[in-house]
Design a protein around this ligand. Structure first.
Ligand SMILES: *Cc1c(COP(=O)(O)O)cnc(C)c1O
Length: 380
């Protein structure tokens, strides 16, 4: 459809966030290849597809054959159901709050359940409504976040009729350290999950198993089970930190340059006067500050990209702008500079996360509301 070049020329006032839907599709294919089949790879599209826009992202994944989707909340599930129609499996990761069981049922979403009390309430709702539906049971295998503890799970396994009445058909757990392949906790969680799964399957032989997030897929195939649940890797974040990224980059962020000037003597730059530009430096101020997700934590460390080069950020990030030292550009390049990039195929989400002392997930989900979002998608 539209080329990035054309889209660039439409850049006027606001920053432009260019999202490559084809790259998301290719990333889904790569992950399906790793797990061995399309049906075995779900897609996590919580938080508006990690900030990239579930309305545009979900249909792309659907076209590639994805039929299992994970969202964070019931509200996200309702929106996705309207979008994808009745066939998609939509699992809500953060559970079912008391009183919302019927709403889950009406939306046709699968709640993830962590407690016996939730399981009872879900079974009661199914019984009262006379409807058949499923739920996912999540157990804790070592992350100690969401999930049923071992004692409660032992107890639950003595109540086969409850498991059946609640329609448990997916057993899940979540890895805490999958992005550190050598971390001993991975093996421990795998063993705990296998053991717990074996016991559940002796009661419910058809229950499906799901453990791996993006990084979990890259540990090895023993982590894959029936359904992998990648999110970040779909959106271009490196699932194997410290080694070359197997995923295609997805986002380009372009910000308008709103002032360029040379400082004639040494000058402190920005709030707090934390950094100094040397006499003769050329500075560019670009629109886009911490209110837009240009994280303030990268002040003095971050960089931008223009004319094939990294340009250091100088001074603190302001709410609506940040300043960059563009002295290393040639005079002609400085004069023509009307935008800079903060994310692209060279300056990756993972690199920017490093500057801000965070992870790529937070960079993506912080991307501002003021940007003009443009989507790159070839017709097929
Ligand atoms: C967010 C989430 C995922 C996806 O994780 P990525 O690291 O983004 O691939 C998978 N499972 C659960 C339970 C999650 O909360």
């Amino acid at each position: 459809m539209s080329e990035p070049q054309e889209q660039r020329s439409s850049l006027c006032d606001e920053g432009v966030l260019l999202i490559d839907l084809d790259a998301i599709g290719r990333n889904y294919d790569i992950l399906c290849g790793k797990v061995g089949a399309v049906g075995r790879c779900a897609a996590v599209v919580k938080a508006d597809a990690y900030g990239l826009g579930v309305r545009r992202v979900a249909p792309v994944l659907w076209k590639r054959g994805c039929r299992h989707f994970f969202v964070a909340t019931l509200a996200e599930g309702v929106v996705l159901r309207q979008q994808l129609g009745p066939e998609a499996e939509i699992v809500v990761l953060t559970g079912v709050r008391p009183g919302t069981e019927q709403a889950c049922l009406d939306a046709g979403v699968v709640p993830t359940i962590f407690t016996t009390a939730q399981l009872r309430a879900w079974a009661d709702t199914l019984e009262k409504s006379g409807q058949q539906a499923h739920c996912a049971l999540k157990i804790d295998t070592g992350m100690t976040r969401l999930g049923m503890g071992a004692d409660e799970y032992d107890q639950l396994l003595t109540d086969r009729s409850l498991l059946e009445a609640a329609g448990v058909d997916l057993l899940m757990s979540h890895l805490a350290c999958a992005d550190e392949p050598a971390h001993p906790q991975n093996r421990l969680q795998l063993e705990a999950f296998r053991e717990a799964a074996g016991r559940l399957r002796s009661l419910l032989p058809s229950v499906r198993l799901s453990l791996a997030n993006s990084s979990g897929i890259f540990l090895d195939e023993t982590y894959h089970f029936d359904l992998a649940r990648p999110g970040s890797a779909l959106y271009g974040i490196n699932p194997v930190p410290g080694t070359p990224n197997p995923m295609a980059p997805v986002v380009t962020l372009e910000l308008p340059v709103i002032q360029v000037r040379q400082v004639l003597r040494d000058c402190h730059v920005g709030y707090g006067a934390t950094q100094t530009a040397a006499a003769g430096s050329w500075l560019a101020v670009a629109r886009g500050g911490y209110a837009d997700g240009v994280l303030r934590a990268q002040g003095g460390r971050g960089c931008a990209w223009a004319c094939g080069r990294r340009l250091p950020m100088i001074g603190r990030v302001s709410m609506d702008s940040a300043t960059y030292d563009i002295s290393r550009l040639a005079p002609g390049e400085r004069e023509a500079l009307d935008h800079i990039q903060l994310l692209n195929t060279e300056l990756t989400v993972d690199e920017v996360a490093e500057y801000a002392g965070t992870i790529g997930y937070e960079i993506l989900t912080s991307l501002g509301r003021r940007y003009q979002r443009q989507y790159l998608e070839t017709c097929d």
